[in-house]
Design a protein around this ligand. Sequence first.
Ligand code: PMV
Length: 325
Amino acid sequence: MMSARHSASAPAKVILFGEHFVVYGNPSILAAINRRITVTVRAMEESKIVIKSDIGVSGEYSGSKFMELQGGRAARPMLDPLHSAVENVLATSGKKFGIRIDMRSQVPHSVGLGSSAAACVATVAAVDSLFRKHDRQWVCERAVEAERLIHKDSSGADCYVSAYGGMTLYRREEGFRRIKAGGPLWIVIGNTGVRHSTGDLVSTVRKFKEANGSLFRDLSKQASDICKGALAAILSDRREVLGRRMSENQALLRQIGVSHKEADRLIETCLNAGALGAKITGAGGGGAVIALAATKWESAKIAKRIRASGKESIEAELDFKGLVV
Ligand code: PMV
């Protein structure tokens, strides 16, 4: 029996462009950020899986029986993907023993910053490292399977960017393409504190699409053009253009019903503080917003204004390491 502790960490992410429309084949642009989830695992004789965390949820699985240790009814839905990730890796290893997991997070959860994807990536990699060390692609595929327990239509983009780091263009038909920005990007994150369910918001959009077929096609086309324009602006380091594209993207997200009055208010705060553009990031319905700043100094100013409005802010830097085992 191995008793050593093994750790892995993976970064959170922001969706710069294209969330929701990406589910229907549109392009999207994502970036890993310097906030991580670290998972430490230990093998145990007893064949149960114990998951403890510092985000207020913990639980214990014996076979299919779940015992909540912390977090009430919220615990199981949040821990099930991690449990499934562990079982999946154990099954491929052919080994039978228990696992204890300790998760430490620097990422606010359920606000669109990809905390569940980062947790799944780090969990798969940490458990896998007890036996061998598969490559990022393998880890990413297992993490996406676990993530699909949360929302079955997941594009898998969150897990990819968490596993590989950096900035990525993703489109369902074409897969992932790494992007090398023409210059630094100063992104400020504001947290409305309103948690969302990605699955519920994805179904809100599906219903909107079913009820408004031709309007949705038109909005998708606009979202696609915005994303292409944004890519060109990122590559050529034209920040003012990029900011405008962000605000245009937000107008579309508002139209499909995934913005939120707290998010709109926070976006207004960012724009009034001098942001070049701002939008929700991820599924919306509250969650986090991102704002593009012209300089590092401007980003500190925007972050300060967000805090003055009573909300949490993060001056994010891009992460280029991705998964670290
Ligand atoms: O789970 P979140 O909030 O990071 O949002 C996921 C992004 C969506 O485009 C809404 C869904 C997806 O699978 O891409």
